[in-house]
Design a protein around this ligand. Sequence first.
Ligand code: DC
Length: 225
Amino acid sequence: MTRRIAIAVDGPGSSGKGTVARGVARALGYQYVDTGAMYRAVALLARRRGIGWDDGHAIGRLATELRFRFQWDGDILRVEVDGEDLTRAIRADDVGQGASRISRYPEVRAALLGLQRELGAGGGVVMDGRDIGTVVLPNAELKIFLDASLDERARRRHEELLRRGEMVHLDEVRAALDARDRQDRERATAPLVAAADAIRIDTTELTIPRAIDVVLGLARDRTAG
Ligand code: DC
């Protein structure tokens, strides 16, 4: 019998985390948890309720009140908050920027941490984010830190935005991604950093299917025996 382990996947924006984490979860029959979606949903709902993205206290309070539900719909992981489907709305670029702004606040992180740990408890899970290997699941059996050059990440993000119908310039996308990563890396609470025991995978010149294979190989080593 193979053990069902917890796999943490961290890394900067558009490093391929989500696609890799999802692919690994599907291949192993594990649950996939997208923690970025939670921060995005909090940022979106704060804006809708007229709460400024710099009001850490009010956003922390809001984050404790929200009821999240994640559900697969074919290939799409639907994110429902308080019964409303926010799957598409949270993917907008400005919502990603907002998520990075509000995730600086310890109150906001604390509000989401319990739910994230609950989802990771018991194993059989692939969770992606910025602080999964360092803070959320420090005992995860396998920790991956995915990275890619800024140019490559900007190219991927730009493509994704064009597919969504957001007409933006590549240079703007690169600058925004760079600013967001800097903010995520430099914040005091749970910054974006590889855990000491994380395995780094650079996807600049690696296809996503190949990256998934590499992670699956590592997962197999950890679950055998
Ligand atoms: O992975 P993403 O682009 O959907 O995440 C959006 C923002 O949310 C990211 O810029 C920082 C924040 N975030 C975080 O602080 N911690 C996580 N575990 C996941 C996301």
